[in-house]
Write a protein that binds this ligand. Structure first.
Ligand code: ADE
Ligand code: ZN
Length: 336
């Protein structure tokens, strides 16, 4: 690697960063999950590779491994400990503001009272980390698509009951190939009526048509998780740009899962050139050997992007963040 490139990558890596798309349980370091499994005497050896990382064959197996890893997170205290582990990891990458997907399915099974206890523990630890590390966390309550629409309803109730200055959004992850976005309209309507801002996973596996579904079958979607398969539908790309829909793009995740063979082949640059508001996130960092620093470096190397492009990506992300304006102003100071 020549010196000029190395210097650029080092400068880009050192920038502060805003991240909008990170699954809370999916960000759990494998050593943390292994430690909890040992404490609780649960055998999770099947989900780890010999080098200690998570092991899975493909996206659908990844979802299974993810749920198995989550099974050792049992108490609010476990989630508080995980909060610290995740924020240390993000702060190490220079992240100054992060939005994370939280699933009440894994925090009391959708019971509102239990969810409030888990949330209290997570928030308290996040606020301690904010004071210590200068990183702000906000939560997006997320239903899981392959658990079905009936399971999404109590999750939306959990979201509505805790909507405010910390739980700021509602979304949906999981297997995009199950059902239709419109099957979950009740949950999204309830969350929106409680004042929550909306995002949903589409265009990761379900093609451009799944992004259209998200925009036509759900009301008030402002951001799309991934959305990158929109590239196959030029009219949709134009519509995304015109409407200012923000894409939470996770290039490392897409490449690791084999949707594109390498970052240089990823459509993020084409989408950006077409005027679509793109942002950059890690999705499930340890599962995909991703960090925000690595995302920035890889994009700079693949597309020749200089610091000004990353400053712009951060500003797009901060403007699209679901937090209140006072928080946005505080974070803006950290971006310089
Ligand atoms: N849940 C965790 N990671 C996910 C992803 N990349 N796509 C959909 N659901 C998820
Ligand atoms: Zn995701």
């Amino acid at each position: 690697m020549n010196e000029e490139l190395e210097d650029r990558l080092a400068r880009v890596a050192a920038l502060p960063k805003v991240e909008l798309h990170m699954h809370f349980e999916g960000a759990a370091p494998p050593a943390f999950i292994r430690g909890l499994a040992k404490e609780k005497k649960v055998d999770l050896s099947g989900i780890f590779a010999p080098d200690g990382s998570y092991a899975y064959r493909d996206f659908w197996h990844f979802l299974e491994v993810y749920e198995a890893a989550t099974s050792v997170l049992k108490t609010p205290r476990d989630f508080a400990r995980l909060t610290r582990a995740i924020l240390e990891q993000s702060a190490e990458s220079g992240v100054v503001y992060s939005e994370t997907f939280l699933s009440p399915d894994f925090c009391g099974g959708g019971d509102v009272g239990a969810w409030k206890e888990y949330l209290h523990a997570i928030r308290e630890e996040a606020e301690a980390c904010e004071r210590e590390m200068g990183i702000t966390l906000r939560g997006i309550v997320t239903c899981i698509r392959h658990f079905g629409p009936d399971k999404a309803k109590p999750i939306a109730r959990c979201a509505a009951e805790t909507a405010g200055d910390w739980i700021v959004g509602f979304g949906m992850g999981g297997d995009e190939k199950v059902g239709h976005q419109g099957d979950y309209a009740w949950a999204f309507d309830a969350a929106r009526e409680a004042g929550l801002r909306l995002t949903t996973h589409a265009g990761e596996w379900g093609g451009a048509k799944s992004v259209r579904e998200a925009l036509t079958q759900l009301q008030g979607i402002e951001r799309i998780g991934h959305g990158v398969q929109s590239i196959d539908d030029p009219a949709l790309v134009e519509e995304l740009a015109e409407r200012g829909i923000v894409l939470e793009v996770c290039p490392g995740s897409n490449v690791t899962l084999g949707i594109w063979p390498k970052v240089a082949a990823h459509p993020i640059a084409k989408l950006r050139d077409a005027g679509v508001k793109v942002t950059v996130s890690t999705d499930d960092p340890p599962f995909f050997h991703a960090t925000m620093t690595r995302e920035f470096r890889d994009l700079s190397e693949a597309f020749g992007w200089q610091e000004d492009v990353f400053a712009q990506l951060n500003q797009t992300a901060l403007a699209a963040a679901f937090c209140d304006d006072a928080t946005r102003a505080e974070v803006a100071k950290r971006l310089g």
